[in-house]
Every structure is written in structure tokens, then in C-alpha cells.
Design a protein around this ligand. Structure first.
Ligand SMILES: Cc1ncc(COP(=O)(O)O)c(C=O)c1O
Length: 397
């Protein structure tokens, strides 16, 4: 039998999904698993978007243009105009989720052997996609003690082979929202050292303190070095639609990305029909969602503070919380919570932290919590986490 590729064998497993079989087994035993391992919001997809499916009467669900269908593209241009960014048609490609935009951005900006500097911990799939493309991730170290904000000396995080910086703002998994001074430092670095600045802004609206962060598209000093990864998954609770976009004024990057887009023919037709309805949402749509997530963030953070030995920093945005736990190993702890712990028929699943770090050995005593359930379930989850930690055999005293 032929062996599969080395590349596939070496690919990292998703820290978010790899322990799901243990959750399935717990459920089969009748345990109610509270899922805080994955960023799947429980917020309803807006009714006006769901209605687009019943209003769909085309007799053929056809391929569309590789860069996206005109009505949805127009909705995206209108959205970006409201944010203050005038885009030309060639500046935007509709993608199959933000995931495909990440892949296109990396593939269009970097060659195999090039380095990309990314604040560590990071959205785990950056590591997987970079590896698939032969790109070397150069971690920019951040810590819970400094709220996962950026180090002062960014030049020290860049080497001769570094071609790009990738930031996620607001950050999954840390919840950090970079300050104006941090953004100015990153922009200055990229302009001085002639690097692409790829910004994953899929959580743009989910900010709980202060004003919304500026998109990297708004920094003239970057010239055309700015590349934005965007997604409607979280913004409108549309995760399963698989729809997002790639935005850049760099004509070469967008020409390459369009070749990749043509190779996969077209983005999902039905998702675009649904997502084009974003223009019909109430103006306060994000305010309502933001208030709800702020309450959830506070519930999780207060719950964690009440657990002895836990170190956490209050997230400023997105809907994730990293926490350092008094444990030997995150993978073992998460498995323990699924296999050996339950209280009144319930347990909680979080994501082990190590998989979010590019630097080997970091994050083994951390977990990532996605606050995607209602506040009652989140408060219960934090109590379950605390009680699980009490009886976990690998607890550090
Ligand atoms: C930071 C970040 N970028 C990109 C994605 C990909 O999202 P999707 O492919 O659903 O648009 C996610 C999903 O969780 C994410 O958290």
C-alpha cells in the first residue's frame, strides 16, 4: 500500500477538534457536555438571512464568478465603505470562509522557506496552513502576564527570511485588542522592513472596551502591504455557510489569489445569497451581540478568578479566554474532564492550550475557553472546571 505524504503525516491536529471523540463518548454515556472548545456561537443566524433560502427560486444552483457573485460583492463593498474603506473591484475576492482567505493570503504573499512572524499563541490553523505551504512560523512571544500584548522590541522578532507579519485583531485565542501604539509599531515595522502585514480581522466588531480597532486598510504608511482576512462566520453567526473574503490593494497578491480562486472554481452560491442579506440587518445588530458577549466574557473571567491557582487576563475582544491552570498537561486534563469527571450528569470541554503555540513546549498548562454559550451555562461551566480541577490527579498544588 502506498504511504501518505510526509506533509500530511507531519500536519498538526486541530487542538479545537482533536479531542471531540472523547466528547462523543461522554455523550454516549449520557453525560451533557458543555462545549467551550470551539468558537461556534449559539446566537441565532438572523431570520432575514435564513429567509433567503426559502426565497431562493433558481432552478439550477450554478457555479458563479471566482471572485464572488455581484449582489454579495456589492454588500461587502457597502460594508467596507461604512467602515471608511473605498475599495476597487479587484481589491476583494469572496472566499470559502476566512479559512480559505488565510490560505490564499499565505500562498500569495510567501514562498516555501519564507518566514512569517505571528504573535504566539495564535489561531492554531495558521500553524497548519503555514506548514502545508512550507512557510516557517516565527513566533512573536506574548504572555498572560502582559495580557498577550506585543513585546516592545518587534525588530528582534524579525529575521532575514521574514516576509510578512500576521496579526489577528481582536485575537483568537487571547482576546487581546492591540492598542493604537502597538498598531503603529507593527505598521512602522512592516513599512521599514518591507513586509506584508496580513491582518485577520474576523472579530472586528467584537470589542468590549473602547472604540473598535482600525483595520490595517486604514494605515497609509503600509502602502499596498496590507492584506485583510475577513469572514462572516462570527459576525453574523454564519459559521456553517462557509463565507468570507480576502481584501488587499496589492495588485500582485490579488492577481495570484484570483488564480487560486479560479482553481477552486467559485465560492459557495447559497452562502452568498444568504450573506448578501447583511444589508437588511438593523443598525444596532452588532451592539446587541456585543453586549451579550461582554456579559459572557465577564461571567467567564469572574468564574475563573474564583478558582484557586488559575491565572487569566480579562480579554478585550473576540470571544475567547486563555487561562493558565494548575495542571501538568492540558491535553490530559481535557481528556480527564470528558472521560472521568461529571457532576450531576454534566461536564465541560475546553481546548488544550499547547496547540495554539508555535513555540514548542509553551502552553502545556493553558487552555482556551470559547464563551459561546449563555451566561448561566458559562457560570455552570466555570464551576465544573473548578470542581474538575479539585479532583484532577495531575493538579499542581
Ligand atoms: C481568527 C480566525 N480566523 C479565521 C477563522 C476561520 O473562520 P471561517 O473559515 O469560519 O470563516 C476563524 C475561525 O474560528 C478564526 O477564529
Amino acid at each position: 500500500m502506498p504511504a501518505p505524504s510526509r506533509r500530511g503525516l507531519d500536519a498538526p491536529s486541530s487542538p479545537i477538534r482533536k479531542l471531540v471523540p472523547y466528547a462523543d463518548a461522554a455523550r454516549a454515556r449520557g453525560v451533557n457536555v458543555l462545549h467551550l472548545n470551539i468558537g461556534q456561537p449559539d446566537i441565532e443566524t438572523p431570520a432575514v438571512m435564513r429567509a433567503a433560502l426559502t426565497d431562493y427560486h433558481d432552478t439550477v444552483i450554478a457555479y458563479g464568478p471566482s471572485g464572488g457573485d455581484a449582489p454579495f460583492r456589492e454588500a461587502l463593498f457597502a460594508y467596507y465603505r461604512r467602515l471608511g474603506h473605498a475599495l476597487s473591484p479587484s481589491d476583494l475576492i469572496v472566499t470559502t470562509g476566512g479559512s480559505e482567505a488565510v490560505f490564499f493570503a499565505l500562498a500569495a504573499c510567501l514562498d516555501p522557506g519564507d518566514e512569517i512572524a505571528i504573535p504566539d499563541p495564535m489561531y492554531a490553523n495558521y500553524i497548519g496552513y503555514a506548514q502545508l505551504l512550507g512557510i516557517v512560523v516565527r513566533p512573536i512571544p506574548t504572555t498572560v502576564e502582559s495580557g498577550y500584548h506585543l513585546p516592545q522590541d518587534l525588530d528582534a522578532c524579525i529575521g532575514p527570511k521574514t516576509r510578512a507579519v500576521l496579526i489577528c485583531n481582536p485575537s483568537n485565542p487571547t482576546g487581546a485588542v492591540y492598542t493604537d501604539a502597538e498598531m503603529a509599531a507593527v505598521v512602522d515595522l512592516c513599512a521599514r522592513r518591507d513586509l506584508f502585514l496580513i491582518a485577520d480581522e474576523v472579530y472586528r466588531e467584537f470589542v468590549y472596551e473602547g472604540p473598535l480597532p482600525k483595520s490595517v486598510l486604514a494605515y497609509p504608511a503600509l502602502g499596498d502591504r496590507a492584506v485583510v482576512v475577513d469572514s462572516l462566520s462570527k459576525r453574523y453567526s454564519l459559521c456553517g455557510a462557509r463565507i468570507g473574503c480576502l481584501v488587499s490593494r496589492h495588485s500582485g497578491v490579488m492577481a495570484s489569489a484570483m488564480k487560486f480562486a479560479q482553481a477552486r472554481l467559485s465560492p459557495p452560491a447559497l452562502a452568498q445569497v444568504v450573506a448578501a442579506r447583511a444589508t437588511e440587518l438593523a443598525p444596532d445588530f452588532f451592539d446587541v451581540a456585543r453586549d451579550e458577549y461582554r456579559r459572557r466574557r465577564d461571567t467567564v473571567f469572574e468564574g475563573l478568578k474564583a478558582i484557586p491557582g488559575v491565572l487569566a487576563h480579562r480579554p478585550e475582544g473576540a470571544f475567547y479566554q486563555m487561562a493558565r491552570l494548575p495542571i501538568d498537561d492540558g491535553d490530559t486534563f481535557v481528556r480527564f474532564m470528558l472521560e472521568s469527571f461529571s457532576k450531576d450528569g454534566r461536564t465541560v470541554m475546553v481546548a488544550p492550550g499547547a496547540g495554539f503555540y508555535a513555540e514548542p513546549g509553551r502552553g502545556t498548562d493553558e487552555v482556551r475557553i470559547a464563551y459561546v454559550l449563555n451566561t448561566d451555562d458559562l457560570a455552570l461551566s466555570m464551576r465544573l472546571l473548578g470542581e474538575g480541577l479539585e479532583v484532577y490527579p495531575g493538579r499542581r498544588r
